[in-house]
Design a protein around this ligand. Structure first.
Ligand code: FAS
Ligand code: PHB
Length: 389
């Protein structure tokens, strides 16, 4: 088989890139190691920046997002037994959209299937080859047979644990990493959310986040020890701990109910540089990971896709290599600003082993400054709604 672009991974990065390429008449095949329903079953991000919303509209998959998503004009920070609203739209003129990554993936999959473009699920042993030359290709196993796809370019959209970054010669890669000494225990429950907007809570017992997927489906998180186990958390224990970490006015509005999804995720900051090696480009989580505190992971994947799509379109339409050659530096400039913001939000809101009484006071002082200084609130707001592409 031959195609113009092989995309490794059918997560949001791969599917969004595939849709933008298809809409521009550029042929791409997506190779995904998991089954379609497994990919759809993953529960992850919930907040879309305006840039991501615009890109999904450009890809032609925004209809259900606008019909079912929740535009949000603000968030609240909770500390010292009080809630403080940050008026994102008042401060920046922009808002965010609450629409689950699962739904984004579903919409992209449906559009791709309707277009007849090729996605190969359950593709085993996917391996990129020859990307340091002009004739790259990708091999994979399926139904006991080894297949080969020759192409012009390979997009590594296969996430943090994918094969693409691992296929780059180690001496060609610089990585930067910070692991956080705690995780997030997250649940989904069919109950109305505690507030009409998200609440990020700093508390001496640990961080908590009140989010949602709709007006009747809530998404909550509490910070937990890295070695904690989901089995140690009954629903009752979760609801009690969540309420203890919220100001009374928010805790009183928490409606408990049976959780139907409960997971613990570690937190890390990670960046691989550069994001391009010859004809292989790394996209989204394949190149970088952020702690979800700043709601940036999925949104960074979207801006990577935008930059790579523009580069590929310029290559095929205008026979110009400039945008493609600029992909890594352009993407990394935005990645590092989001990595910084996500690190800052995580550091300000979580209880670290060495936080102590002094550190707690410093965090509360920083939060107090942020919510009472228009300049500081605006700085938080413009990062949260998404810096320009
Ligand atoms: P993904 O990891 O989503 O997709 C990669 C795809 O490649 C997967 O389908 C995988 O099966 C496939 N793949 C992997 N190896 C392969 C191989 N060798 N061959 C073929 N296919 C392969 N972000 C937020 O903004 N907010 C959040 O709250 C949030 N919560 C998260 C919770 C968890 C547990 C995780 C892991 C991430 C979370 N994220 C969050 C970040 C997340 O949303 C990512 O940023 C987003 O999924 C990035 O999309 P992709 O780059 O497509 O990577
Ligand atoms: C979510 O709804 O899953 C969510 C929202 C905001 C975050 C992280 C996760 O910062």
């Amino acid at each position: 088989m031959r195609t113009q672009v092989v995309i490794i991974g059918a997560g949001p990065s791969g599917l969004l890139l595939g849709q933008l390429l298809a809409n521009s008449g550029i042929d791409a095949v997506i190779l995904e190691r998991a089954e379609r329903d497994y990919v759809l079953g993953r529960v992850r991000a919930g907040v879309l920046e305006q840039g991501t919303v615009d890109l999904l509209d450009e890809a032609g998959v925004g209809a259900r997002m606008h019909a079912e998503g929740l535009p949000h004009d603000g968030i609240s920070l909770a500390y010292g037994h009080e809630l403080h609203r940050i008026g994102l739209h008042d401060l920046t003129g922009r808002r965010v959209m609450i629409y689950g990554q699962t739904e984004v993936t579903h919409d992209l999959m449906s559009e791709r299937e309707a277009s007849g473009a090729t996605t190969i699920y359950s593709a085993g042993q996917v391996q990129p080859h020859g990307f340091d030359g002009a004739s790259p290709y990708v091999t994979y196993e399926k139904d006991g047979t080894t297949h080969r796809i020759d192409c012009d370019f390979i997009a590594g959209c296969d996430g943090f644990h994918g094969i693409s970054r691992k296929s780059v010669p180690p001496d060609a890669l610089r990585t930067y990493e910070r692991a956080y000494p705690f995780g997030w225990l997250g649940i989904l429950a069919e109950v109305p959310p505690a507030d009409h907007e998200l609440i990020y809570a700093n508390h001496p017992r640990g961080f908590a986040l009140c989010s949602m997927r709709s007006e009747c489906r809530s998404r909550y998180y509490v910070q937990c020890p890295l070695d904690d186990k989901v089995e140690a958390w009954s629903d009752e224990r979760f609801w009690d701990e969540l309420r203890r970490r919220l100001p009374a006015e928010a805790a009183d509005r928490v409606i408990a109910g049976p959780s139907f999804e409960k997971t613990i995720a570690p937190l890390r900051s990670f960046v691989a540089e550069p994001m391009q090696f010859g004809r292989l480009s790394l996209v989204g989580d394949a190149a970088h990971i952020v702690p979800p505190t700043g709601a940036k992971g999925l949104n960074l994947a979207a801006s990577d896709v935008r930059y790579l799509f523009e580069g590929l379109r310029e290559h095929y339409r205008d026979r110009s290599p400039a945008a493609l050659q600029a992909y890594s530096s352009r993407a990394l400039a935005r990645v590092w600003k989001a990595v910084r913001f996500s690190w800052w939000m995580t550091t300000m809101l979580h209880r670290f082993p060495d936080t102590g009484a002094f550190g707690q006071r410093i965090q509360e002082a920083e939060l107090d400054y942020v919510v009472h200084s228009r300049a500081a609130s605006t700085a938080l707001a413009e990062n949260y709604v998404g810096l320009p592409y």
